[in-house]
Design a protein around this ligand. Sequence first.
Ligand SMILES: Cc1cc2nc3c(=O)[nH]c(=O)nc-3n(C[C@H](O)[C@H](O)[C@H](O)COP(=O)(O)O)c2cc1C
Length: 318
Amino acid sequence: MKDFSGRAVDDVRKFRNALATFATGVTVVTTRDGEGAPQGFTANSFTSVSLNPPLILVCVARSANCFPIFAACKHFAVNILHEEQRAVSEVFAVGTGDRFSGIDWEWSPLRSPRLRGVVSWLDCRTVQSIDAGDHIILVGEVEHFDYSQEAPLGYCGGNYISFDLAGKALLSTSTGDAVEVGAIIEYDNCLFLQKGPAGILKLPCADRLGVQGDDAGLYGLLASAGVTATLSFVYSVYEDETRHSQCIYYRGVASDLSCSAKEQLLPIDAIPWSEFDDPAVVSMLQRYVREKKNDAFGIYIGDEKQGRVEQLATQVVE
Ligand SMILES: Cc1cc2nc3c(=O)[nH]c(=O)nc-3n(C[C@H](O)[C@H](O)[C@H](O)COP(=O)(O)O)c2cc1C
């Protein structure tokens, strides 16, 4: 336990280190200043606050150059960065001069800068500005927003991180076990399922993720089955000890399906569980059906019989 009452410099550093163990996404918070110019800074203190009314918050340091602008702003936008936008985060954290000059952006409906290529954006009206030590808490009511299934940029321990657990899991498989890379693909409240020998239902699955054009990889398999899908999130990582397999399943959404692929769709609420022969896949899909109802998906890590589900947190701190 750390005694924080004396607050020596070293304690403050340790306090920062303790806070930094909390993994977050990365956002760029933007607004328009009094002269109509775009302003923005990188922030990971973004947190959801209320669903009804839809409120979010972000903490702004009093020491920031842009502090007076954000402290007075009537509107602001939160741009949640894509995992490929680390350079954008750096521009808005350390960049000098016009931070928007090399950035692809446009005005949001409430006239705050909306960055292109982000995972999600929230267009807010400022409803409260609360004094909180060396920061203010800016509370915004969300009036417009949009989101995608793309993977967000992560931040933890002072470093940018990737939520691509599957890639890491694949790199760490040195056991000589087979690798099974599959996908739960949703389209119009249905799942895309394939039929194996004897009519057994299965998820599309290959021995690697591969790239477009690699027929033996999952992407190639999906393309030849007529499915255009983005696989952004890992859903399940487990070792199937019975089959000596390392299994990694993604979840994704199909944007387009051929006519024959549409015939392989089954409604999410009417999956014929008895037509599968892999209990691990059944258990994973039943979890998917449950989590879909709450629109809150976790990641399973374990083996084919037992493991834990990590919930994806939405709360973040600086
Ligand atoms: C990942 C990351 C997260 C950050 N989060 C915040 C934050 O939540 N609030 C804040 O005031 N500064 C945060 N900062 C620091 C600001 O982005 C940085 O101080 C920025 O330069 C402020 O802009 P300005 O001083 O040039 O106006 C963060 C920086 C990084 C790299």
